[in-house]
Design a protein around this ligand. Sequence first.
Ligand SMILES: C[S@@+](CC[C@H](N)C(=O)[O-])C[C@H]1O[C@@H](n2cnc3c(N)ncnc32)[C@H](O)[C@@H]1O
Length: 430
Amino acid sequence: MKDGGRLTAAIEVLQEVETRHRPVQAALRDWGTAHRFAGSGDRTVIGNLVFDALRNKASLSAVMQSGDPRGLVFATYVKTWEKGLLALEDALAQDRHAPEPLSEQEKKLLSEDAQLRSSPAEAADVPDWLWSRFEASLGENAVTEGQALARRAPVDLRVNTLKSNRDKVLKRLAHTGAKSSSLSPVGIRIEAKPGLGRMPHVQAEEGYQKGWFELQDEASQLAAQLAKAEPGEQVLDYCAGGGGKTLALAASMQNKGQLYAFDADRLRLAPIHERLKRAGIHNIQVRDPASTDLKDLEAQMDLVFIDAPCTGTGVWRRRPDSKWRLSERALEDRIKDQRHVLENAKKYVKNGGRLVYATCSVLREENQSQSEWFLEQNPEFQALSALDIWKELLPEKALPDHVSESGSVMLTPHSTGTDGFFISVFKKQT
Ligand SMILES: C[S@@+](CC[C@H](N)C(=O)[O-])C[C@H]1O[C@@H](n2cnc3c(N)ncnc32)[C@H](O)[C@@H]1O
């Protein structure tokens, strides 16, 4: 396919996502099934166009003075990919599968500098209704953080120290351009490529099949490390989902002690079994909510880890469609869910044990405000400084920019080059 046909395809897919509210991956997959002649290179370019258009939807809508998919895809090509107006006109002229040629108005808008007339929310690519909360959470860097959340994310891997080590995995992945992560001692990063660039499919690597590494953002790796799960401890991962953090906690425990994985949603928990097997983890019990309860674990745990249900504002780079679907109502619901989870999970912590509360959100309402609320409601818990644990764990590294008075830590794409993530640690009095 030439670029003209790829632009047409991206407009069609984006139309599906916008008007029929289809998840992006599903819309792309359906397009691929209906157009079997398209090669994998074409699919990558079409996917990149659609994802980048969604990442930058507000700023590109300001450029085109409309959120119409055609304009968003053109503006992605000309502005975000920096191809320029002439290259777009060429692509439209040289392919009979290309969209209709540009109108005079489109040419004018694509050649102007829209930054001068965009609002802070547009410049930051943050939904209008959320802007005041986003700004209150991120302060003077709010626009820069929003822009960082609108870029492509790198591929981050966590080396599974139960089966391998970083040098060995780096050697195996040398052909991908993989490098050691800058913060996580067990992390490896493959930087995002711009424009047409294609990321390597690391799940096809032998090392992945053998369980030497997992796909996991560096912020999630650090959250698991800041929990300091020790070999021999009793640990409950209360919102285990597909097991990303469970696997990282198990590696810290070196397969010693007992780890329990629980989630209220058994379907989300289902993939964990295969992942545990591949990673070589033995010290784990998966507690299916349909067939067991956690009564026997009450007041027994050295550590309860809560990877709380949240709005996911910290992972917009990876799920840009969720940014525009998020509603005020959903935020309120997540705040209620988080309080519910905190209140339920606390009863498993033994005297002297720790409770870690983490979200992949950058909003104060889901993070610091929830930690403060929890401490007010539960005087038997006190804050432990995640910052102090950071200093101990990463003595050579710069301190995070976002630290609360009680030592909770927030990571962000602009300040730490990771997904947005919040971690706070509490200790139950003896
Ligand atoms: C952020 S996701 C967890 C991701 C997972 N820890 C990982 O690393 O892959 C939050 C999880 O909380 C679960 N959840 C929501 N409400 C819950 C509740 N009341 N009790 C336990 N789990 C809950 C959801 O089903 C969801 O899987």
